[in-house]
Write a protein that binds this ligand. Structure first.
Ligand code: PGA
Length: 252
């Protein structure tokens, strides 16, 4: 049985004062009781990892963990501005998002680089959240599944059975931050396609790997999405900035 996992992605948002309020509200809400067998995390900007990690630890919430939004494909060395996975581990991260569509688009990250990043995250003892998803043009021209298959096959090639220790996030680019959520059926169909593709490689990996949906998840559509058999939770952008919305989605 795969646990339902809900991960917030603050992207480049937050402030020292605002973060403290967010953690306080979410901790209070979670202390009221959360559905059993679920996992929750928030991926904050790197400069806030120490602060948020400490705040979450202080409210001694076993429920909530934290993570980062990217990691270097390199172990260490002369890579100005990059952050090594081992450093994120030292800051207590459990998850690291890799290959988010905004990094693919604005930083030209390739599937090969993303797989290398995922390997670094795994080697440092954390869980990579590997993002895949098609653009609006790719969907409109009927190539959505082909595009996502291509992205997944590169991950399979590099990560092999270590994929069982990863999370995959299906995030159609046209649904990210646009308010245009994929219907639960569209999302389920792609999640199913991804799981079947993984089963071609290894049935065990396919049945273990959690596949999250991301793209305009809100409190009012989370219930329907999470009820789908191949949707194992969500990667939540905009709605995770509001602590009450994040809590509602965690409870969905
Ligand atoms: P969104 O972003 O929920 O704001 O659409 C999701 C994501 O980019 O991870």
């Amino acid at each position: 049985m795969r646990p339902l996992t809900v991960i917030g992605n603050w992207k480049m948002n937050g402030s020292l004062a605002g973060n403290a309020g967010w953690v306080k509200t979410v901790c209070r809400g979670m202390e009221q009781g959360m559905p059993a067998g679920r996992k929750f995390a928030v991926c904050v900007p790197t400069p806030y990892l120490a602060q948020c990690g400490k705040l979450i630890e202080d409210c001694s919430l076993a429920f909530l963990s934290w993570g980062a939004q990217d990691a270097s494909a390199h172990v260490s060395g002369a890579y100005t501005g990059e952050v090594a996975a081992s450093m994120l581990k030292e800051l207590g991260c459990t998850y690291v998002i890799v290959g988010h569509s905004e990094r693919r688009q604005y930083h030209h990250e390739t599937d090969e680089q993303i797989a290398e990043k995922a390997l670094q995250v795994l080697d440092s003892g954390m869980t990579p959240v590997i993002c895949v998803g098609e653009s609006a043009d790719e969907r409109n021209s009927g190539r959505a599944t082909e595009v996502v298959r291509g992205q997944i096959s590169k991950q399979v090639m590099v990560l092999q059975d270590r994929l069982a220790d990863c999370l995959i996030a299906y995030e159609p680019v046209w649904a990210i931050g646009t308010g245009k959520v994929a219907s639960a059926q569209i999302a389920q169909d792609m999640h199913r396609a991804i799981r079947l593709q993984l089963a071609e490689f290894d049935e065990d990996v396919a049945s273990h790997v959690g596949i999250l949906y991301g793209g305009s998840v809100k409190p009012d559509n989370a219930v329907e999405l999470f009820a789908m058999p191949d949707i194992d939770g969500g990667l939540i952008g905009g709605a995770s900035l509001d602590p009450q919305d994040f809590l509602s989605i965690c409870q969905a």
